[in-house]
Design a protein around this ligand. Structure first.
Ligand code: SMG
Ligand code: MG
Length: 371
């Protein structure tokens, strides 16, 4: 695909109230503040979404930091370039260290523009082999075990085939035991600690082994690969990394250290869908199963995640749920569970775009930068 000239980039902050608060080991969200962007190129427009949160609780990036990084450094690099292609965006941004979520959002928009004009879908481009993906759901920490059982039961009734429980010290063995007991041995069940534990908790985390979990996700600090390797030697539950895997190189290192047996892939965390695909390829070549993580995306990011989740190495259900699990109103048409799966979009590019009236009514701030 050829080079295009970027004429303008529009940044928007949108506020999407969540249908129920989402509590993790690092905080509670009631409104998803998302950074959505549009690039206008010589070949048409494309949409992107930055997955950074309002606060730096999941990772060091947050919406305001991403906005500023785009405004001061990344967008000028795009606007000043004589011609860009999605495949060249990471190289163009190379002089800016880190800020992977900000970079990923811009690369996504350039890729969307490129694929729309070529008439190719994200899934076709990435190498998707599935027409629909199995839906998992990530269940936040609740006020009581009884409430948790109600929430999980509700999701299972809706057709979700895999449950992920958020855990933290003080909310781990008991809720896991209760969910396993109520919903049975066949339930695909996993947990995610978002770095809330220490190496000294390894003995405690070993108590999860009796519940036959699919995996435990990122129990230790994101920089603690050796700690995860030590944990993996001590417990039978497979260790999955999320926050630690920021690139294909980090994935390859984690694999050689024995720090993981499964990898959660999120394009935003790793700098874009192209790097996400590279991680998929590294893991697949090493026999490491992967699954698609979620960051409470709007319909734009959800569309791209469905395409990523259609790749052959994504053998476990991802944190890709129907729109209704998150939002009453989204900026795109909603994604729904159909026959127990969510269809992968087939139209050019993302296959969805914002509904202008919905986008406008949920936008709280806009900035347009022109070349
Ligand atoms: O999009 O369904 C979703 C959320 C999935 O639990 C989820 N994401 O660490 O994997 C994770 C978290 C990070 C986001 S918390 C706001
Ligand atoms: Mg996680």
């Amino acid at each position: 695909m050829g080079l295009v000239k970027i004429g303008a980039v529009e940044l928007r902050r949108v506020h999407l109230p969540l249908v129920r608060p989402f509590r993790t080991s690092f905080g509670t969200e009631t409104v998803r503040e998302a950074l959505v962007l549009r690039v206008v190129t010589s070949d048409g427009e494309g949409w992107g979404e930055c997955v950074a949160g309002s606060e730096p609780g999941y990772s060091s990036e947050y919406v305001d930091s991403a906005w500023l990084t785009m405004r001061k450094f990344l967008v000028p690099l795009l606007l000043d370039s004589a011609g860009v292609s999605a495949a060249g965006v990471a190289h163009l941004f190379h002089e800016v260290k880190g800020h992977r979520m900000a970079k990923a959002a811009l690369e996504m928009a350039v890729l969307d523009a490129e694929l729309r004009s070529a008439g190719m879908s994200f899934s076709q481009f990435l190498g998707g082999v599935k027409e629909a993906v199995a839906p998992g759901v990530s269940v936040g920490i609740t006020g009581s075990v009884a409430e948790l059982l109600d929430v999980v039961g509700g999701y299972l009734d809706e057709g979700y085939c895999r449950i992920k429980l958020k855990i933290e010290p003080g909310w781990d063995i008991e809720p896991v035991a209760a969910v396993r007991e109520r919903f049975g041995a066949d339930l695909m069940l996993q947990v995610d600690a978002n770095t809330a534990y220490e190496r000294s908790d390894i003995g405690h985390l070993a108590k999860l082994d009796e519940f036959a979990l699919l995996l435990i996700e990122q129990p230790l600090d994101e920089e603690d690969l050796l700690g995860h390797a030590a944990l993996a030697r001590r417990i039978s539950t497979p260790v999955c990394l999320d926050e630690s895997i920021v690139s294909a190189r980090a994935a390859a290192d984690a694999i050689s250290l024995g720090a993981r047996s499964i990898v959660n892939i999120k394009a935003g965390r790793v700098g874009g869908y192209l790097e996400a695909r590279a991680i998929h390829d590294v893991c697949r070549a090493n026999g490491v199963p992967v699954w698609c993580g979620g960051m409470l995306e709007t319909g734009l990011g959800r569309a791209a995640n469905l395409a990523l989740g259609a790749l052959p190495g994504f053998v476990l259900p991802g944190d890709i749920s129907a729109t209704a699990r998150y939002y009453r109103e989204d900026i795109t048409v909603p994604f729904v569970l159909t026959g127990g799966t969510i269809p992968v979009p087939t139209g050019p590019g993302l296959g969805v775009e914002p509904i202008p009236a919905a986008l406008d009514s949920l936008t709280t701030e806009t900035e347009v930068m022109r070349g």
